[in-house]
Design a protein around this ligand. Structure first.
Ligand code: ZN
Length: 143
């Protein structure tokens, strides 16, 4: 990723956002903020009330919980053993709604970037996810 901050600063940023009860969305928000991006939160005028909205870039960042939103092939996206039918229906409808919402947003010209919870819980994966977001934002700058 573009080295906007030096290694020491980045290491401080990363350590500042770790912790047992870290909210994945907060982790992403803090990093974006540190990189100088400004955004709106939970924009209720958009389908699905997206988590992080950057109107200037017409970009949306969705931070999704792996269990509730069914991250494919992820160890956190387990299927509960009891009430299986209920959970299958419930979780499938969550994932379908996510897909539908993202499609609608894309049709309206928004770029939707998804970051999964598990990607925020590991430094290297988090760096890669943020790098992906920054790349999207840079590409859309001024377009
Ligand atoms: Zn996951």
């Amino acid at each position: 990723m573009a080295d906007v901050v030096d290694a020491a600063t980045r290491s401080r940023m990363m350590s500042g956002i770790k912790g047992k009860n870290t909210n994945p969305e907060l982790v992403v928000r803090k990093l974006l903020h540190a990189y100088g991006y400004r955004f709106r939160l939970h924009a209720s005028n958009l389908p699905g009330r997206p988590d992080i909205v950057l109107p200037k870039y017409r970009a949306i960042i969705e931070v999704r919980g792996c269990f509730w939103h069914r991250h494919k092939n992820c160890k956190y996206a387990v299927m509960p053993k009891t009430n299986r039918k209920f959970w299958e229906t419930k979780l499938r409808s969550n994932a379908e709604r996510d897909d539908k919402t993202a499609r609608t947003l894309r049709k309206r010209g928004w770029q939707v970037v998804v970051i999964w919870e598990c990607q925020t819980r590991d430094d290297q994966r988090l760096q890669r996810s943020i790098a992906r977001v920054l790349k999207v934002l840079e590409a859309r700058r001024g377009s």
